[in-house]
Ligand binder design. Structure first.
Ligand SMILES: *Cc1c(COP(=O)(O)O)cnc(C)c1O
Length: 409
């Protein structure tokens, strides 16, 4: 038997699409929590407060607003569990993550015959996946056309697709769902806690799922926020769904939502960790103290400075998210994206390539909303470009431009 030495994970500058840098306050809340069981009065109170803070963050009165233990895909699994075998679905994909969501949807909507034909990638004919090219946003027009043609029971879209860095038309999605009588489901993993929106402004979108490690910044991988309208919950109450742990109605009990109402005394669902609850609670306090509108404006401002700087280095930006810049390298370096990213990562500057074709570079600014952080990201990226032979990149001049933008704000 081998006993390994203690695991040491070095500090990196997390400048990718996620996970973002964890605030020291979140880590402190985690480490400072006493040992208490999942029915202890303060743990339960913490969960009730988290539930109320999540309603503020989502901008909703939905009673069924709480969080699923796990990562973004855990929350998405819960939301998509309402889709039953044989249900008709139209789902849009324009990148890696909505692509994986579409795989989940195919599994949820598959019949035993569909699984027999292809157990890992069932392809039920009742699911229509609309493939929108990488680098393109899903538009209201595309949605209206597809929903009009297929008239599905459910429709699905990612709000912000992190794989390609594109924002999709959420108003158009809502309007098309309303017009064609579909129940809309949204992957809000990358937008919640960054963009400023109220999900109650989109009444035809009945299910929303997000994640702990992007805009919410509660990285001790803890809770994936979800929110469901009464229409969604009624549907699940009628049709059932085949999961205990991620059941949209049963899971809510531990957060003090029973029979569609807030209750003082929650019911056991699973062993929630006191450490996780304490850290997630702190992450939400930080976000709400910053303020949703202020935070959204800060992301837009800092992203615009990073974007300008990489364009000044000759890169072509193809994204339109405010937490992430997705770019093509200048022609002279084209085809060497993975090499550049690998070099940066080895130096502790953790940027990312795209995870599906085409290969592009992704630089993110989660929890990096300061002049120092943006200057460091810009400076380190300029160094990496010069190291690859981009001799025309004038790091000094570009950093001067960054400084001037902050000074003018
Ligand atoms: C990151 C991401 C996911 C997956 O989240 P995990 O926390 O890795 O499970 C899903 N959808 C989108 C849009 C994402 O950006």
């Amino acid at each position: 038997m081998t006993i390994f030495p203690p695991l040491v994970i070095p500090e990196t500058l997390a400048a990718g699409p996620g996970p973002g840098n964890t605030d020291p306050r979140v880590l402190a809340a985690y480490a400072n929590s006493g040992i208490a069981d999942h029915m202890h009065v303060d743990v339960v109170r913490g969960m009730q407060e988290v539930k109320l803070m999540l309603r503020l963050l989502f901008g909703t009165k939905n009673v069924h607003t709480y969080a699923i233990a796990g990562t973004g895909f855990s929350g998405l699994d819960c939301m998509l569990s309402a889709i039953r075998p044989g249900d008709s679905v139209v789902a849009f994909t324009n990148g890696t993550f909505s692509g994986i969501d579409c795989q989940t949807i195919r599994m949820k909507a598959a019949t035993p015959d569909d699984f027999a034909a292809d157990p890992l990638h069932p392809n039920p004919e009742n699911v229509h996946v609309i493939e929108v090219p990488h680098g393109t946003s899903v538009s209201g027009e595309m949605i209206d056309k597809a929903l009009g043609e297929h008239k599905p029971k459910w429709a699905f879209m990612a709000h912000w697709e992190t794989g390609s860095g594109r924002t999709n038309d959420i108003q158009g999605f809502n309007d098309a769902c309303e017009k064609h009588g579909a129940m809309g489901l949204v992957d809000a993993v990358s937008s919640l806690g960054i963009d400023n929106f109220n999900i109650d402004d989109f009444p035809a979108l009945v299910g929303w799922a997000s994640c702990p490690q992007k805009g919410v910044l509660g990285l001790p991988l803890t809770y994936a926020p979800v929110s469901f309208t009464d229409a969604y919950i009624e549907k699940v109450a009628k049709s059932g769904c085949s999961t205990y742990v991620n059941h949209p109605i049963l899971n809510a009990r531990h957060w003090g939502v029973v029979d569609g109402k807030d209750v003082e005394a929650p019911g056991y669902h699973q062993t929630h960790s006191c450490y996780a609850i304490a850290s997630f609670h702190e992450a939400l306090r930080i976000s709400l103290t910053h303020g949703r509108a202020e935070k959204a404006a800060d992301y837009a401002f800092h992203e615009s400075i990073l974007r300008e700087a990489v364009i000044a280095m000759g890169c072509k930006v193809t994204s339109n998210m405010t937490s992430l810049v997705v770019l093509n390298l200048p022609d002279a370096l084209s085809g060497r994206e993975k090499e550049l990213v690998q070099g940066c990562r080895e130096d502790g500057f953790a940027i990312w390539p795209t995870l599906s074709e085409p290969v592009q570079v992704r630089i993110g600014i989660l929890n990096q909303l300061s002049e120092d952080s943006i200057s460091e990201i810009v400076g380190r990226f300029a160094d990496a470009m010069v190291k690859m032979g981009a001799n025309d990149v004038d790091k000094g001049a570009i950093l001067k431009q960054v400084k001037a933008r902050f000074a003018a704000a």
